[in-house]
Design a protein around this ligand. Structure first.
Ligand SMILES: [Fe+2]
Ligand SMILES: [Fe+2]
Length: 322
């Protein structure tokens, strides 16, 4: 699954829902490292043509990673078109939003490409999340289940966005702007990690003191990446800068304390910590939500206690409802 060398798996239903000429080619895998093109640039996605391959046992489709940009752009057009006409609870809409999210985050953290287009797509994704929450509060959590290019940074970004939106809403922030701000901050909070060498971000070994120092630069590195982007929301910049600041002053990079930390950054800090504990990573065992909440509560001096209480409340409400 996922990425195989130069090729990346795509969602078949998402691809077949696209209309018009393809701005990218589509491949099937013949053997471990051998791929062959079955749809060319300029072709029209054709369900019956795909069906002939499916009958021969083809279950996966791929793009070349150099054409990921084009594939993402076509997916974004599809998302916008669907969202204009159909409810987000619709399965095709959900699949398209999921695919847009996975591919956008994969491009940032694996291809290491980040620019204004990435930000605009992230905004489209978060808007879809917020609309989903409003249409059906329970369905937002379903975005946590990924299927394809499921690397840790993708899963972690999505989970942090979803939990940030849920927490902001539960803390009575009803207006769309705040929900969009914490969602975008959640999705992009670790963007600076994409500038850190990949071998450092390996959970299976202990980091040296120098490597830790490097990792701790990721909030400022993230701010540097968005500094010159016109129109990048100031609030989201503050979230990226402050998501590792802690209520008791023990955080970094500035050691800000209490209410000096930007309120939306306090929301994302809780969502981020919870997501880091509960998101599957390499071979590391998962914490279940209860254990993760217990850990955050033990460290409660580090977080805004009011917000942490609200966050725990989301889960107890859920277990009562189950
Ligand atoms: Fe971080
Ligand atoms: Fe994070």
């Amino acid at each position: 699954m996922g990425a195989i060398g130069e090729y990346s798996e795509i969602n078949i239903e998402n691809f077949l829902s696209m209309q018009g000429e393809l701005p990218f080619a589509v491949y099937i895998r013949l053997s471990d490292n051998k791929f062959t093109k079955i749809f060319h640039q300029g072709d029209i996605p054709d369900r019956s043509r795909f069906q002939t391959y499916a009958e021969k046992g083809v279950k996966e489709l791929f793009i070349h990673k150099l054409e990921r940009r084009e594939y993402i752009a076509a997916t974004e057009r599809l998302v916008k078109k669907i969202l204009a006409t159909q409810p987000l609870t619709d399965e095709i809409a959900k699949t398209a939003v999921e695919e847009l999210t996975e591919q956008t985050l994969f491009e940032i953290y694996e291809d290491r490409i980040f620019d204004e287009h990435s930000v605009r797509r992230a905004q489209t994704i978060v808007k879809a999340y917020v609309d989903t929450l409003k249409a059906n509060p329970k369905s937002l959590a379903s975005f946590l289940n990924l299927s394809r290019n499921e690397t840790y940074p993708c899963r972690h970004g999505i989970a942090t966005a979803v939990f940030s939106i849920l927490l902001a809403r539960a803390a009575d922030n009803e207006n769309d702007k705040t929900l969009n701000v914490v969602g975008l901050g959640g999705l992009l909070h670790d963007v600076g990690m994409s500038l850190i060498p990949k071998d450092i971000d390996d959970v299976n070994r202990k980091l040296t003191r120098e490597e830790w120092a490097k990792v701790k630069q990721h909030p400022q590195l993230g701010v540097g990446m968005i500094q010159d982007m016109k129109g990048f929301p100031e609030e989201v910049k503050l979230i990226i800068a402050q998501h590792h600041e802690r209520w008791d002053g023990s955080g970094y990079p500035l050691g800000l304390k209490g209410p000096a930390i930007f309120y939306p950054a306090r929301i994302v800090a809780i969502a981020d910590s919870f997501s880091a504990l509960t998101t599957r990573r390499g071979g590391r065992a998962l914490y279940n939500p209860e254990d993760a909440l217990a850990m955050l509560t033990t460290e409660q001096g580090k977080f805004d206690s009011q917000l942490l209480k609200v966050f725990c409340g989301i889960f107890s409400k859920r277990s009562q409802a189950a």
